[in-house]
Design a protein. Structure first.
Length: 328
């Protein structure tokens, strides 16, 4: 089953995502059209079990799926990825009533989610929650939320007074207590990424998904590192294709993937993959010649995307390893 899903993803990545990547990047095609195609083929529920309406992709196959889709269109893959995290949390940890109300719509893409996971990040909390008689109130900032205007809810993580991580489904609608500030980004600007500011924002009690300790959340960090590393591999994968599948470039791509698959020293492995994507994209620009700098050319877009992925979902260890590589 999962092999069929990856094969289907490969066809859609070529025939829809990559075929329209330049148009999405330059604003001539609405990113939502790509997302609609993925929804029709079940990819909004790709990591959910079949009994929940999903495709049942397992944790071992998920990075391969992300890499294949990112080789088609990074903007599409980033936006879809924001949805998959909270839908999986709803499926695994939500109450029976929450699952009954939300899961089928999340699985088939009728309900689409962005991610405001600030409270789950290491370090002091930037988004906090307090309980009230009517539910909860959120206070603080989620600085990088993609898919604004294309999503219906935000999978939101905030810290409570005991430093636990509290997960909610919050309506993705501006109000007096929820304001957004759009970003203009180096790449993947079609994701409509914004900063969300919560000012005592009310959340009904029935939107609570689950509560976890920071230690419990940290147990899933290796898998998240592996998934995020797949995005860089996806960009690099497309670059290798444009470099005529040169054996040396292809071998390095395989080596970077093997490092990530080993699930050891993942920050080093992620840094290596990100640095390789930049080199491969730079080579694509050179290989493509002067036409590679045109606004709708793939090489310049891939170079910008590789630059973005140097800092996407980064951690201090990744940054230090990247600086070491660039300095030497």
């Amino acid at each position: 089953m999962t092999e069929d899903v990856v094969e289907l993803a490969g066809r859609l990545a070529e025939d829809v995502l990559y075929a329209n990547a330049a148009a999405v990047d330059t604003g001539r095609r609405d990113l939502g059209r790509n997302l609609d195609v993925l929804a029709r083929h079940g990819f909004y529920g790709s990591m959910l079990p079949p009994e929940a309406g999903g495709l049942g992709v397992d944790a071992g196959t998920a990075p391969q799926l992300a890499e294949v889709l990112a080789a088609g269109c990074l903007s599409t893959t980033l936006t879809l990825g924001q949805h998959l995290g909270i839908s999986g949390t709803v499926a695994a940890k939500g109450s029976p009533e929450l699952r009954r109300r939300w899961l089928r719509g999340l699985a088939d893409g009728r309900i689409r989610s962005g991610a405001a996971f600030t409270g789950a990040m290491p370090g002091p909390p930037r988004l906090t929650v307090r309980e009230t008689s009517a539910g909860y109130r959120l206070e603080g900032t989620a600085p990088w939320v993609s898919g604004w205007g294309m999503v219906h809810v935000l999978g939101t993580a905030a810290r409570d007074a005991e430093d636990n991580i509290v997960w909610f489904l919050v309506d993705a609608e501006e109000s007096a207590t929820l304001r957004v500030q759009p970003h203009r980004m180096l790449a993947a600007d079609a994701t409509n990424t914004v900063t969300v500011e919560f000012t005592g924002h009310p959340v009904p009690a029935d939107r609570l998904v689950t509560v976890s300790t920071r230690a419990e959340h940290a147990e899933g960090e290796p898998f998240l590192h592996r998934l995020n590393g797949a995005l860089a591999l996806g960009v690099a994968r497309r670059c290798v294709r444009l470099l005529d599948d040169d054996p040396a470039w292809a071998a390095e791509l395989d080596s970077c993937r093997a490092d990530l698959d080993a699930m050891k020293d993942l920050e080093v492995a992620r840094a290596r993959a990100a640095e390789f994507a930049v080199r491969a994209a730079t080579a694509c620009v050179v290989h493509g010649g002067s036409s590679a700098v045109l606004a709708d050319s793939a090489p310049q877009r891939l170079l910008r995307e590789a630059g973005l992925l140097l800092v996407f979902a980064s951690r201090p260890g990744i940054r230090e390893e990247l600086m070491h590589r660039f300095e030497h």
